[in-house]
Design a protein around this ligand. Structure first.
Ligand code: CA
Ligand code: CA
Ligand code: CA
Length: 172
């Protein structure tokens, strides 16, 4: 925070929609008096707790506003910038990507006539458990399985249910 004008400013405050919100804190101030050319780097500080939407976006952007009162009683203000006193850019924080997925495929042989052996026409049931092991929200999750496509084709011809899908649907 710098007073870039020629007059002394009083009652200097900072507002920030992100840090003033439910997941942020903005502490310090107001600065009672800021002389011409003076810079204050210690009075105001803030923090923000990142949300799932931020992790998914892999970035947090926001901007603060400083306001001070001139000797005439007027207010002057400036939108914050990330690296220059002459600009008004949002401050961006990149969040590292942490996306990953795991698939578990389990099987059960269905000894449908109960004789302890496998015969033609008996089936195997498969279940799939999909887990999001990363930190981001995943969408449009699909499973491909060349064996089950073959089974589906072969057994649909015989009007039989080729396999069952169970488990993991909550993760899908
Ligand atoms: Ca800038
Ligand atoms: Ca600015
Ligand atoms: Ca059997």
């Amino acid at each position: 925070m710098t007073n870039s004008g020629a007059t002394t400013l009083t009652n200097v405050t900072v507002t920030d929609p992100l840090l003033d919100g439910a997941n942020g804190t903005l502490t310090g101030g107001p600065i009672a008096t800021l002389a011409p050319g003076a810079t204050d780097t210690t009075t105001f500080s803030g923090s923000y707790t990142i949300q799932q939407s931020d992790i998914d976006a892999q970035s947090v952007s926001n901007q603060a506003t400083a306001t001070g009162t001139t000797p005439d009683g007027d207010d002057v203000s400036d939108l914050s910038d990330d690296n220059s006193n002459l600009e008004n850019d949002q401050t961006d924080t990149d969040l590292p990507d942490d996306s990953d997925i795991l698939l578990l495929k389990e099987s059960t042989f269905n000894d449908e006539n109960g004789d302890g052996f496998a015969q033609l026409g008996e089936t195997i049931s498969y279940s799939f458990t999909v887990t999001n092991t990363g930190a981001t929200t995943l969408t449009d999750i699909t499973i491909t399985d060349p064996l089950l496509w073959r089974l589906t084709a072969a057994l649909l011809a015989a009007y039989r249910e080729p396999c069952t899908w169970s488990g993991g649907h909550d993760d899908l």
